[in-house]
Design a protein around this ligand. Structure first.
Ligand code: ADP
Ligand code: MG
Length: 338
């Protein structure tokens, strides 16, 4: 076989695989875009596990008509201009890969309007090919409808699990998005059924209640701590609600559901002596970390984070969680004689 340069459509399909693995990846990217657009309310609706239908509606900034085709180009973003900006990135997105990737492997309909424009726009793009762009009446904000994910990449489609399993992934994702943004009202509808609705009133405990129920919510301790580059707020579970896997270990860094092996290690170390080995605590912690000590540009899905001050972050998290646990011990001891 002779060597050939791949055509653009093939390149985009391959690149899409990096970012879009399943319906929940589409939901993640589109909801993060809504959050970056300043939305205070986001509705997520899926059918058939999101394989045949995903609709995300937000009340954010909207996209003006002239910018729409651009937004679907690879590496087009309104969020950074150069590599220097990466050091201080606070938006969830910045790679400009999501819309082009999603459009490459599905049928996308976009309806959007900015507050400054009189009319909205409707844009249709399928398998990366622009179908239409027209003016329509629309409320301020953006609606994305993504139909028939992987309809043109049957191999990928085969790797999807059942609709119920895919819906479960979307559900878990939305729980994390809700917990990471108590300031945004989320509504999740699966096959016409209301699954979750958060108020956006900033109350993290209400959201924990909505997601995990009363048993967990009545066994929480409030945690807080602040130092120059790191601020900690949120809740950690009393040792009684620990469990045998890490499924309850939630934490969010600058509004992202993200993993840091340093932070996980620090939290688990702090609980040593309070819970049995191979048990893991419940946590719903928000970290505000100075972006200049983080490197978020590690992987396209941005799940693992590195710090330039690992030792410092480790110590601070360990001490703060330990102190919270110790204070509870103290409180328990004071009350003991009954
Ligand atoms: P990124 O989020 O990395 O910038 P995306 O491909 O996800 O890249 O989005 C491309 C651009 O489209 C964004 O930078 C933003 O300007 C615009 N955009 C996407 N979704 C929305 C939305 N819901 N509301 C407003 N603008 C949006
Ligand atoms: Mg994005």
């Amino acid at each position: 076989m002779s060597i050939q340069v791949l055509d653009q459509e093939t390149i985009n399909k391959i690149a899409a695989g990096e970012v879009i693995e399943r319906p929940s990846s589409v939901v993640k990217e589109l909801v993060e875009n809504a959050i970056d657009a300043g939305a205070t309310a986001v509705t997520i609706e899926i059918k058939d596990g999101g394989i045949s239908f995903i609709r995300i509606t937000d009340n954010g900034s909207g996209i003006s008509k002239d910018d729409i085709p651009m937004a679907f180009l690879r590496h087009s973003t309104s969020k950074i201009k150069s590599i220097e900006d990466l050091m201080n990135v606070s938006s969830l997105g910045f790679r400009g890969e999501a819309l082009s990737s999603i459009a490459a492997v599905s049928q996308v309909e976009l309806i959007t309007k900015t507050a400054d424009d009189f009319t909205g726009s409707r844009y249709v793009i399928e398998g990366g090919n622009e179908i239409s762009l027209e003016e329509v009446g629309a409320p301020d904000g953006t609606t994305f409808i993504v139909r028939n994910l992987f309809y043109n990449t049957p191999v990928r489609r085969k790797f999807l699990k059942t609709a119920a399993t895919e819906a479960g992934y979307v559900n878990a994702l939305i729980e994390h998005l809700s917990l990471s943004h108590p300031d945004i009202s989320f509504r999740f509808i699966n096959n016409n059924q209301n699954k979750l609705h958060t108020s956006g009133n900033m109350n993290l405990k209400d959201i924990i209640y909505g997601v995990y129920g009363r048993d967990i919510t009545s066994n929480l301790m409030e945690i807080s701590g602040k130092t120059q580059d790191v601020e900690i707020t949120g809740f950690i579970g009393k040792p009684v609600i620990c469990r045998g896997n890490r499924g309850y270990e939630n934490y969010y860094i600058n509004g992202r559901y993200i993993k840091s092996s340093i932070i996980t290690k620090a939290i688990e170390e702090a609980y040593k002596g309070y819970i049995m080995p191979h048990n893991y605590p419940f946590t719903a912690i928000h970290f505000k970390i100075n972006p200049s000590i983080m490197d978020v540009n590690v992987h396209p899905t941005k799940m693992e984070l590195r710090f330039s001050k690992n030792e410092f972050v480790y110590r601070f998290v360990l001490e703060t969680v330990k102190e919270c646990l110790a204070n509870r011990e103290l409180a328990a001891r004071v009350k003991l004689p009954d």
